[in-house]
Design a protein around this ligand. Structure first.
Ligand code: 4NP
Length: 155
C-alpha cells in the first residue's frame, strides 16, 4: 500500500488540512492508501490543528479535531513513498535531511500535483484572515482531489 505524508512548518494549518481532506476522500472513494502529516518545526508538537483551520474545515464537512502535530524526522524519508511539501522552505528543510537520491525523489511540492512544473506554494494562513483559511481549504481540496484520482489507480 502506498504511504503518503504531507509536510508544512507547524503541522497545525496546511499539512493536517491536507491529511484530513485526504482521509475524507479515502473514505469516500475507498482508496488503498496510508496518510499522515508532519511539521518541519518543533513549535506545536502534540497540539491539535489551529482552531481556525479546524473551524473552516468543519464548515466544509471535514473533521480535523482528532489530529495531533508531530515533527518531521529523517525516518519519514524511508517510511513514506510520497512526501508532499507545502512551500519552498519546507522543501529545503526536508531535502536537507535526505541522504540518498531515492529519498530526494520522494519529495515534491504538493501543488505540482495539480499545476505540474509551476512550483506553486500553498500560502501559510497562520497570519491570515478567515478568507485566507477558506482559500487555502479550496486550494488544498482541489490538489487532494487530483491526488486521490492518481492513488485510486495505483497498486
Ligand atoms: P503551518 O502554519 O505550517 O501551515 O502549520 C504555521 C503554523 C504555526 C506557525 C507558522 C506556520 N508558527 O510560527 O507557529
Amino acid at each position: 500500500m502506498q504511504k503518503i505524508l504531507f509536510v508544512c512548518l507547524g503541522n497545525i494549518c496546511r499539512s493536517p488540512l491536507a491529511e484530513g481532506i485526504m482521509l475524507h476522500l479515502k473514505t469516500k472513494k475507498n482508496l488503498q492508501v496510508e496518510i499522515d502529516s508532519a511539521g518541519t518545526s518543533n513549535y506545536h508538537i502534540g497540539e491539535a490543528p489551529d482552531k481556525r483551520t479546524i473551524a473552516n474545515a468543519k464548515k466544509n464537512g471535514v473533521d480535523l479535531s482528532f489530529l495531533r502535530a508531530r515533527q518531521f524526522s529523517e525516518t519519514d524519508l524511508d517510511t513514506f513513498n510520497f512526501i508532499y511539501v507545502m512551500d519552498q522552505s519546507n522543501l529545503k528543510n526536508v531535502l536537507a535531511l535526505a541522504k540518498h537520491p531515492y529519498q530526494k525523489e520522494k519529495v515534491s511540492l504538493f501543488l505540482n500535483a495539480v499545476y505540474p512544473g509551476k512550483d506553486l506554494e500553498v500560502p501559510d494562513p497562520y497570519y491570515g484572515t478567515e478568507q485566507t483559511f477558506e482559500e487555502v481549504f479550496q486550494l488544498v481540496y482541489k490538489a487532494c482531489e487530483q491526488l486521490s484520482g492518481e492513488f485510486s489507480s495505483m497498486p
